[in-house]
Write a protein that binds this ligand. Structure first.
Ligand code: F6R
Length: 369
């Protein structure tokens, strides 16, 4: 049942092209009209939404952060992303025009369930993005968008994460269409780019030997930092979380722009730092800024491990290792940039002899607060 892989985790990492393809399958017409699995909210209410709050924990919350960038850009609706356990205890501002998007692989995470219930009590509508059919969170939600990643057995989330991000993009396109923020042609172009993602994930997987090789040389590493910017920021956080969970190595993700505000003090000779570099084709100047961050940490002795877009030669001079991902629009890049980080954590943990499917102290679904 592990399909020839040594662990469920490895299998699930390799399932990702299919997981994303399944989540896209039959969902969105070229006009962006999304087939939601269950819709107990009137579309006119969705049109009136003036704020979205994404509630989730752990990896699912990082999917929510990616969703924020896409939905705000496409739909011009403010999106807050909040950890479910923080939301409920801070007297949040929620009303009938708030759409809460509860993201949960298991659909049973107690904190997310309780936060969604609380939001409903305040009059908000809840839309669940969930991987487990019939679980509690989607049962109680007003609308449901299932991720079709298939059962995720390994405790650490991989394919569910990419499927959650994919589902969130579809939701963004749907809201953009419904509210008239996106033209049909724009939606069609984004859907066409999304349709190409599964094959690109496969390319990343096929090219992952060097990542694995590097991971095996780093079994004695005590700390790894991850830097990212824009949608690369949640990817950095996710890369750090995978390494903590699986390899029990201290890891931190930072927004690259924060470097000078503190984290650069951590850089000393030999400190490994992953840097997720935005596409040089992006219309903002973020690529140059992140490249200059790589220079700064390299000058202080960091071992720089760079994830960059194919053809980005600017990073080579400052990178000890570069792993390339295929070209894709910036907002969709997390679906590719995350993959080498998952492979790295899985391989490093395996090299240390750890059980990657059942990391110590963790449970697949956290049904207590
Ligand atoms: C990380 C991981 C956890 C879960 C979190 C939320 O690899 O698996 O951080 O993402 O416990 O779980 P769900 O998505 O089931 O609500």
């Amino acid at each position: 049942e592990k399909g020839g892989f040594a662990s469920f985790m490895e299998k699930e990492i390799n399932d990702q092209p299919e997981a994303v393809a399944q989540t896209l399958l039959g969902r969105a017409g070229l006009d962006g009209k999304l087939q939601l699995d269950e819709l107990r909210i009137d579309p006119s209410q969705l049109k009136a939404v003036d704020k979205i709050i994404v509630l989730a924990c752990g990896t699912s919350a990082y999917a929510g952060q990616v969703a924020k960038y896409a939905i705000e850009h496409w739909c011009r609706i403010p999106v807050e992303v909040e950890l479910s356990h923080e939301f409920r205890y801070r007297d949040p501002i929620v009303n009938a025009n708030t759409l809460v998007v509860a993201i949960s692989q298991s659909g049973e995470t107690m904190d997310t369930l309780m936060a969604a219930r609380y939001a409903q009590e305040q009059g908000a509508k809840v839309l669940a993005i969930c991987n487990t059919n019939g679980s509690t969170i989607p049962r109680e939600a007003d609308a449901v968008l299932y991720t079709h990643a298939g059962p995720e057995i390994a405790v650490a989330s991989t394919k569910a994460f990419l499927a959650q991000i994919t589902a969130a993009y579809l939701l963004g396109l749907y809201l953009g269409q419904l509210r008239g923020n996106l033209f049909t042609g724009q939606i069609r172009d984004i859907l066409a780019d999304l349709a190409k993602v599964p094959a690109k994930i496969q390319t990343v997987l096929d090219d992952s030997d060097q990542v694995k090789k590097l991971a095996r040389t780093m079994a004695d590493t005590r700390s790894v930092l991850f830097l990212g910017r824009h949608v690369g920021f949640p990817v950095a956080m996710e890369g750090a979380l995978k390494l903590k969970e699986l390899a029990y190595i201290h890891a931190e993700g930072f927004a690259a722009g924060e470097l000078k505000h503190g984290p650069i003090a951590l850089i000393e000779e030999g400190q490994p730092v992953f840097v997720i570099v935005p596409s040089p084709r992006g219309r903002n100047s973020l690529h140059a800024k992140v490249v200059s961050n790589i220079q700064e940490i390299r000058a202080r002795g960091a071992k720089t491990i760079v994830i960059a877009e194919e053809g980005d030669t600017a990073v080579q001079a400052y990178a000890e290792h570069v792993f390339y991902i295929p070209e894709t629009p910036t907002l969709l890049a997390p679906l590719l940039a995350t993959v080498p980080l998952q492979v790295f954590a899985c391989e490093l943990a395996t090299a240390k002899g750890y059980d990657v499917d059942q990391p110590r102290n963790l449970a697949k679904s956290v049904t207590v607060e």
